[in-house]
Design a protein around this ligand. Sequence first.
Ligand code: ZN
Length: 214
Amino acid sequence: MKRYQAIFEGNRQWVQEKRRQQSDFFEHLANGQNPEFLYIGCSDSRVPANEIMGLAPGDVFVHRNVANLVVNTDLNAQSVIEYAVTHLEVDYIIVCGHYGCGGVRAAMQSEDLGLLNGWLREVRDVYRLHRHELDAIEDESARYRRLVELNVQEQCVHILKTACVQKQFMRRKRPTVHGWVFDLSDGLLRDLEIPFDEIMKDVRQIYRLGPDAG
Ligand code: ZN
């Protein structure tokens, strides 16, 4: 129970510290949110969105799940995207994976993971899509890292296929979509600089929902 109670002590200290830095900090927070970023990341306890981005409360709208997936039929993720894009009008959507992701590693193995099987099948689908590239990487840890990156890329593509994202983009050329990977070993974020124009050329014909949809 001690560790549990210590959380409240930690919270009070945090409140004091925030008030010391900015006396109206909480009045400001209570007034509403206007974040520029939607961050979709992994639930992994080592990858806290605001902290690794150096951003304060109010700066980033966050969705996290195992292996940072964006699944078309996932009402939770789709609602987060809809709200962030249509109501908050975020300018940037970021999918952030991380090296050492347990969800991605599990999908590389043939173990039965119960309920997680269906969820992680999404990552297995990413492997299947990029099988030639991945199978050509002999070193297993290098292949694992590459799958983490390709998983981020494919989730970004899923976002670009979303109707609300395409509609907003047609209206105001925002939001743009970005794929990042966080490296646990040095704490640095890496922008994968995914060439979306090229990728979308292939899929645009099938998924576009309007004449200029990006
Ligand atoms: Zn993870």
